[in-house]
Design a protein around this ligand. Structure first.
Ligand code: RBF
Length: 165
C-alpha cells in the first residue's frame, strides 16, 4: 500500500497501554481551520476512545503551523503532560512558503520532543490541494488527527516500557 492510499484511521491496536492517567495536549493551528478542526476532533475522539479522560486533554491554539513548534514546546515543558500532538495543514502549491513552514515545523517538533524527552507528534498535513486535505481529515483516507493521537498513545506506552514501568 502506498502512503497515498493509506487509511489514516486504521491502525494496529494490539497491546495499547493504559492511558487513563496520562495527560495529553493538542496544539491546533488556526490556518485552514475548517480542516484543522476536523483533525482536532479526530485526535480528541481517538484519545477518548482508547481510554484517556476528558479532563486529561488540554487544547491550545496557535495562529499558523509555523507556531506549532513553540506552542508544543510550552506544553511539553510541563511535567504533568505526557505527550503533545501538533495539528496543522499546509497546502503545497498555494505558496512556496510551505517548504519553509513544513521543514521548520518537522525539524522543530523533532527537536522539542528530544529536548523534553517526551512524544511530540507531527500531525501536519502537507497536501497539494484542499481536496487532498479534506480526504485526510475525516474523508476518504481517514483522519490524520486519529493517526496522530494513536501515535501519541503508542509512544507514551513505549516510553513506560523502556523505563520498565
Ligand atoms: N500556516 C499554515 O498553517 N498553513 C498554511 O498553508 C500557511 N500558509 C502561509 C502562507 C504564507 C504566504 C504566509 C506568510 C503564512 C502562511 N501560514 C500558513 C502561516 C504561518 O504558519 C505563520 O503563522 C505565519 O507566517 C506567522 O506570521
Amino acid at each position: 500500500m502506498s502512503s497515498a492510499d493509506k487509511n489514516l484511521s486504521v491502525f494496529n491496536t494490539t497491546g495499547l497501554p493504559d492511558i487513563s492517567n496520562k495527560k495529553f495536549a493538542i496544539v491546533v493551528a488556526e490556518w485552514n481551520s475548517e480542516v484543522t478542526e476536523k483533525l482536532f476532533e479526530g485526535a480528541y475522539q481517538t484519545l477518548i476512545t482508547y481510554g484517556a479522560s476528558e479532563s486529561n486533554i488540554e487544547r491550545g491554539n496557535v495562529p499558523g503551523s509555523f507556531e506549532l513548534t513553540l506552542g508544543a514546546h510550552w506544553f511539553a515543558q510541563r511535567e504533568d503532560i505526557d505527550a503533545v500532538i501538533a495539528l496543522g495543514v499546509v497546502i503545497q502549491g498555494e505558496t512556496k512558503h510551505n517548504d519553509y513552514i513544513n521543514h521548520a515545523v518537522a525539524q522543530g517538533i523533532t527537536n522539542i520532543s528530544i529536548q523534553n524527552n517526551k512524544p511530540v507528534i507531527f500531525g501536519v498535513l502537507t497536501p497539494n490541494n484542499m481536496e487532498q486535505a479534506i480526504d485526510r481529515a475525516g474523508g476518504a483516507f481517514g483522519n490524520k488527527g486519529d493517526e496522530a493521537a494513536m501515535t501519541a498513545i503508542k509512544m507514551v506506552g513505549l516510553k513506560d516500557q523502556v523505563a520498565g514501568k
